[in-house]
Design a protein around this ligand. Structure first.
Ligand code: HAM
Length: 417
């Protein structure tokens, strides 16, 4: 029996990763110009970190955590998200009172039912701004989301945004929602009945039509948050409404319990049922919840598998490729030296070496198949005379004889036609 990968944990092959690399390099440009710095935390953490941060009622902790006991009988878990680890790291370093603009990336693990766009191992790129109270940081993060989408060619998306008020407002709203829904409990779908029991706020983003109809007459978040919060939300929306489709969505509560204040998601219809490709918000209480000092916190995470689905193919610029063909039995050490010199002269070009003694014809076929624009061919006669053949593969195969010195010079200045 052949061994298979685990369900919901796909392999990623070079052809898949081309888009990932373009996305990652564009993101680095953005993080650089926002003055945001990378942090790396472990994939494994103590289970308590996630049960205390995500909230006992969230699915992420109740059903989806990959937890097991290590050899010391300690309960440890694969991280389902990055924010809790970042906060843990800052508390551990006793830096809660400093300001941090951080980003991270890597695999996350959730035992969910796999489907299109939903995996058990998936990847996030996250941003966390720590130490900044509600205000300009909300603006900066929404700006960053817009810039990311623009730079990678995503235009067809909506930003859904809501304000959850402070912890008290959230609690009073929750109570009111429960009192409103309890008399109608039998009209709710089984799933929503369970949600009402474990995490009432999640009933708001139920996909059941009958639940949504019932909620129309229910309490509204807006009535529980202060005027200040309402104005903040409205001003934020107004500031961006000329630049993107941004809409207040009062049913947006998000899956993790730690949010208070602004929450948002970027969604795209092109993704099907799993339409959120960015999610985030403010979570000022998490540091306290994890035993740290007061620390403001706001951030978001991008689902990489989902965002690369949307990435416009036009922004992928294939690197210039030159085939390096050694023809003849006698492979002289000199040829390695030439390849080394070429790569040192211009490392933006892919020097595609075929590492075989195949015939000239078969290597040229390979070079064409691999989309090489040019080929450098070195046969025994050329080698003796310190020369190579330079062949233009796109222009009807024109070729010329160049000295070693000339080929290095040509390679150094080579550009895509
Ligand atoms: P989240 O909404 O749970 O938030 O995840 C963020 C994004 O990760 C989602 O919008 C989605 O694109 C992607 N994602 C989540 N689960 C899966 C899955 N099973 N398969 C594929 N993609 C998935 C958080 O994780 C928060 N830590 C975000 C945050 C950072 N809030 C504040 N700072």
């Amino acid at each position: 029996m052949k061994i298979q990968s685990l369900r919901g944990m796909p392999d990623l092959f070079p052809e898949d990763l081309q888009k990932w690399h373009t996305f990652e390099s564009k993101l680095l440009e953005i993080f650089h110009c926002f003055g945001t710095y990378e942090i790396r935390t472990p994939l494994l953490e103590s289970t308590e970190l996630f049960s205390r941060s995500a909230g006992n009622s969230s699915d992420i902790v109740n059903k989806e955590l990959y937890s097991f006991f290590d050899r010391n009988d300690d309960s440890i878990s694969l991280r389902p998200e990055g924010s809790a680890s970042v906060i843990r790291a800052i508390i551990q370093k006793k830096q809660e009172q400093e300001k941090h603009k951080l980003w991270y990336q890597g695999p996350m693990f959730r035992y969910e039912r796999p489907q299109k766009g939903r995996f058990r191992q998936f990847h996030q790129v996250g941003v966390e701004y720590l130490g900044f109270e509600e205000g300009i940081s909300e603006y900066e993060l929404i700006s960053m989301v817009l810039q990311i989408n623009k730079l990678i060619g995503i235009s067809n998306y909506t930003i859904k945004i809501n304000h959850l008020g402070d912890a008290n407002a959230k609690e009073s709203f929750c109570e009111s929602l429960v009192s409103f829904l309890n008399p109608h409990i039998n009209e709710l779908h089984e799933k929503d009945q369970a949600r009402l029991e474990s995490n009432p706020l999640r009933v708001l983003d139920s996909k059941e039509k009958s639940t949504q109809e019932l909620l129309e007459a229910g309490p509204k978040f807006q009535d529980f948050i202060s005027n200040e919060s309402k104005n903040f939300l409205q001003n934020l929306v107004d500031a961006y409404s000329n630049h993107c489709d941004i809409q207040i969505d009062q049913s947006l509560v998000r899956g993790l319990d730690y949010y208070t204040g602004i929450v948002f998601e970027a969604v795209s219809q092109e993704l099907g049922a799993q339409d959120a490709f960015i999610g985030g918000g403010r979570y000022d209480n998490l540091s306290n919840q994890l035993g740290g000092k007061d620390m403001h916190a706001i951030g978001f995470a991008i689902g990489v598998e989902r965002i690369v689905e949307l990435l416009s193919a036009e922004i992928i610029k294939p690197a210039l490729k030159v085939g390096f063909i050694i023809s003849g039995e006698q492979i002289d050490k000199k040829t390695y030296k030439i390849a080394d010199d070429l790569r040192s002269a211009n490392n933006s070009i892919i020097l595609d070496t075929f590492l075989s003694n195949g015939s000239l014809k078969s290597q040229l076929r390979r070079a064409n198949k691999n989309n090489c624009s040019y080929a450098i061919i070195i046969g025994e006669d050329e080698l003796k005379n310190n020369q190579v053949i330079w062949k233009d593969l796109s222009q009807g195969g024109e070729q010329e004889l160049l000295s070693f010195k000339e080929v290095i010079e040509k390679y150094t200045n080579l550009q895509e036609k």
